[in-house]
Ligand binder design. Structure first.
Ligand code: 5GP
Ligand code: MN
Length: 320
């Protein structure tokens, strides 16, 4: 797919990504937004996302994002959903539904395509990589390249997870040739943590529990703790990955309380457990090695419900 062929006759184009946008979602949306603004200065292009974490302010044009989802366009000629199914578009779902034509670009295995036109490839490292594929290379510039790079970096754990392919590295090589400071970009958006983020990571690690003979690890943060640190979901990135790096662990669970008897759950796996299947069962989605969902009950209810599925898969895989 080339995006130009899909939007050529449109006068108004909307772009949206998933709620609580992560690096891939922000990178993909901003890259496509900047590209379309550049190639079609005569078209109206709007990008809709919940307020991204502050670290992404280094991506040029981030202040253009409509974080309140308000627009005077009655129905977009084309609306493009990136890195998600339409149900997770948050305030942009309405705009997607009203659009004359919808496009869905995503790499989640749990997404079967929700647009009139779909480009969903679970073999791609990131949605940002797929966005790169739909752009015309000769029209890229350093700012667009930077946005794509941020997305790829975040979904591949800085080009180290198994979703990194030869094609991912080819694209990454091409992107850094634009000359932006990729080293600082990775340091500032991926590795650097605020003091509070480090404290929360510390708490989560200290209070983590290993079970299933050490093959599973779980930790959670309750509302009281989050309130004490004035923390929100943006401060919890990376905790589940750290838990999953524990030697011997096949599957890691991290959850934080979002309401009375409600938790947002993040799952990570080393590959033997398909956490996407588990997340989908509980109404969420994701990838084989990284997925999430929202679950109700107490911390222990959630652990028990997830454990049944994890245990079953581990037995099937012959590792328990
Ligand atoms: P994280 O644990 O980092 O929030 O998410 C891991 C992966 O699962 C991401 O690709 C994310 O988009 C997906 N994911 C997380 N939570 C949900 C959810 O509630 N629904 C769906 N469909 N996907 C989710
Ligand atoms: Mn992604």
């Amino acid at each position: 797919m080339k995006i130009k062929n899909e939007v050529i006759t449109a006068n108004t184009i909307g772009i949206g990504g998933h709620v609580r946008p992560d690096g891939d979602c922000v990178g993909a949306c901003m890259a496509l937004y900047r590209y379309l603004c550049k190639v079609y200065p005569e078209k109206r292009v709007d990008v809709f996302l919940e307020q991204p974490p502050g670290v992404f302010s280094c991506i040029g044009g981030i202040e253009d994002i409509c974080t309140d989802f308000r627009t005077d366009v009655e129905a977009y000629d084309v609306f493009i959903a990136l890195d998600t199914v339409k149900e997770r578009l948050g305030g942009a779902e309405r705009l997607f539904d009203q659009a004359a034509k919808t496009i869905n670009i995503d790499h989640h295995i749990s997404n079967s395509g929700c647009g009139d036109v779909n480009y969903v490839d679970a073999g791609a490292s990131s949605t940002s990589e797929l966005v790169y594929e739909v752009l015309d290379e000769e029209e890229l510039d350093a700012e667009i390249a930077k946005a794509v790079y941020v997305g790829i970096i975040h979904d591949t754990g800085v080009l180290r997870y198994s979703n990194t392919t030869p094609r991912t590295l080819e694209i990454a090589a091409r992107l850094i040739s634009f000359g932006f400071d990729f080293s600082e970009l990775v340091e500032k958006t991926f590795y650097e943590k605020t003091y509070v983020q480090n404290l929360l990571l510390g708490r989560a690690l200290l209070e983590s529990i290993q079970f299933m003979g050490g093959k599973c690890v779980v930790s959670g943060l309750g509302k009281k703790t989050l309130d004490f640190y004035h923390a929100d979901s943006k401060d919890l990135d990376g905790i589940v990955s750290q838990l999953n790096q524990t030697a011997g662990v096949e599957c890691a669970i991290f959850m934080y309380q979002t309401g009375v008897l409600e938790y947002k759950v993040s799952l990570r796996s080393k590959g033997n457990v398909d956490v996407s299947r588990i997340a989908v069962f509980f109404g969420g989605g994701g990838h084989v090695r990284a997925a999430g969902c929202t679950m109700s009950g107490t911390f222990h209810d959630v652990v028990n419900n997830l454990s049944l599925h994890i245990e079953k898969q581990m037995k099937e895989a012959g590792i328990l």
